[in-house]
Write a protein that binds this ligand. Sequence first.
Ligand code: XIL
Length: 364
Amino acid sequence: MSPVGIRRRTVLGAALALGACKGSARAQLSVDRGPPPPLKSLVPFPIGCAVMAPELAQADYAELLVRNVSQLTPEWEMKMEYILKDDGTFRFDAPDAIAAFARSHGLRLFGHNLIWYANPVAAFQRIDGSGKAFADAYRNYILAVAGRYRGQAVGWDVVNEPVNEDGEGLRDCLWSKNLGLDYIRRALDHAQEADPDAILFINDYFLESIPRKRATFLRMAEDLLRAGAPLKGLGTQTHLSADLPAGAIRTAMKDLASLGLQIHLSEMDVSLNRARRMFASSADLERAQSRLYAEAADAFLALPERQRFAFTVWGLRDKDSWLRGPKENPGPQLDAPLLFDDAGKAKDVFWTLADAFRSGPRAG
Ligand code: XIL
């Protein structure tokens, strides 16, 4: 724990705690602090980021990305809905470009994702109910994709979002309809067959805000481990709303770590829009957002080193965020869930996260 980290965090903490002096915390944060330190230089574990292939061609974005992160997660182009075309053929142009960028810049590649309830693509719809043909195609898809990135992808979100949003049991989906809930175990086995060295994860969201969902997710993981499935990691997406109560992240992280598996904080962003009406001012809203990023850093740092897989943000600049899309951001007020503004300038929330990382593991 560096003394500088303590001093800076103490001052910052005091400033943030003085919520009553509206301007002071922001003033404290807004003083010129020089060039933002590379995030990945502040911690001993990988800092990940979601990327799209076209972004990598933007020189300013690529520079910001390589400066700050050490692991890439394809945000969309390694998913079945991109790779498996309606006629049943595969396209790998974009995921290959992301993999090549990672390799050429010495970054880790994390595969996302092999199986997802939200991707019931046409090529599989056509063989819905076909029994062994469906099961064979399911295995062949996973072997083809995970096999292609063998030796490149350090791990995979093998099954994404298997738990019902309310936490009541596992989702019904095209995969469970044809293979039963064994689809999860099968996907893990096929992924291990394709790439025995890849670290295999199951990934889900709202594990901080819906304890019943987290409990179902953990029961599912325990059942898989008891059955001998090659599950090696748990991903908690950490798509948060700024009004998440303090302590929820820390409690969730401790629960998730209880199985001893690697933990991927896999897709962090903190929406302002989803909580805007809960706060008296934008300053209060942004302070709440900062506190959540700091709590996530503290909670992740508190994990045993062997369980800290990666801390991944779901984009760098606000304008890159999926939460700016027409579905997630239908109104005129643009969300600002990430660490850098549209121009790529480090926001106050970046500095709060950086200071939390620098402060190192803290008890509790
Ligand atoms: C989102 C991407 O960010 C969007 O670009 C895409 O259109 C839809 O998927 N949880 C996940 C991610 O696991 O794969 C989702 O990513 C966001 C929610």
